[in-house]
Design a binder for this molecule. Structure first.
Ligand SMILES: [Mg+2]
Length: 263
């Protein structure tokens, strides 16, 4: 089983590094949500935000994280207890996750509409990953992107590169289900043209997401990888390394091909 039939990949932090865009979008959304003039972010805010990126699961949390930092919540507290802090901010401000998400997506849509080149320039693909996916396609593997980002944003970014993915292979936030449910579907009903008995390998940079997959007995056959180049902390990488279910994967292993990933 040294290769998958379906290669499932997270997008942010696995294929693409959009940390700079992420902060800019978060800042613009924060200004809109908290009635602040959309000026230059305070000095040092971006530098605090970047290493805290691993705590964020879905885009609506981004402007709330900036709000927390500007309200005096410490980085240590964010790393230890972000989900509870985010819920407290929602309760305290009367905002909802849906409204906050709509503002974040609106900021991104407007940016793409008015300055596509500038928006694209704030992203970079990790070295070698797209080439690996292309090689996998050539070898008959079916890749699928499973992300909490809207698929239309992923399509804009992939359009710059020669990666022949169909719309059905980009499962973004619009599918409105957890990644575990998407993996269960892929396993139960493998895409047309792939073997009836699917072998799924899933690369993700968020340890909590891998833990959720590992907690589903019907996903026991899915091979799990934590991308060590993505948005995760040293402690999370160490935990993944100790976990017999999860393979800690580096970019240098990735480019060596499938057998090296599970070696
Ligand atoms: Mg990610």
């Amino acid at each position: 089983m040294a290769s998958p039939t379906i290669l499932a990949l997270d997008f942010d932090g696995v294929l693409c590094d959009g940390l700079i865009e992420y902060f800019q979008t978060a800042w613009r959304a924060y200004c809109q949500l908290f009635d602040r003039a959309d000026g230059t972010p305070p000095a040092g805010l971006a530098e605090r935000f970047y290493p805290l990126r691993p705590v964020i699961e879905t885009g609506w949390e981004m402007p709330l994280l900036l709000h927390a930092l500007l309200e005096g919540v410490t980085d240590v507290a964010v790393l230890a207890d972000w989900p509870a802090i985010a819920q407290q901010i929602l309760a305290g401000t009367g905002l909802t996750a849906d409204r906050t998400m709509a503002v974040v997506d609106g900021v991104r849509d407007r940016w793409i509409r008015t300055d596509l080149t500038g928006w694209l320039s704030q992203h970079r693909f990790y070295p070698g990953v797209l080439e690996q996916v292309q090689g996998a396609i050539a070898a008959g593997v079916y890749p699928v992107i499973i992300s909490t980002k809207e698929g239309r944003f992923i399509q804009q970014l992939l359009a710059q590169h020669d990666l022949p993915l169909e719309a059905a292979q980009i499962l973004g936030k619009e599918v409105r289900q957890p990644k575990t449910a998407t993996l269960q579907q892929l396993l139960a009903q493998p895409p047309v043209g792939t073997p009836g008995q699917a072998t799924i390998w899933f690369i993700e940079d968020r340890l909590l997401t891998l833990h959720r997959v590992a907690a589903q007995p019907d996903l026991d056959a899915v091979t799990l990888f934590l991308a060590d180049w993505g948005y995760n902390t040293e402690a999370e990488r160490a935990e993944a390394h100790r976990d017999s279910r999860i393979h800690l994967l580096s970019l240098s292993q990735l480019v060596q091909g499938f057998p090296a990933w599970v070696a």
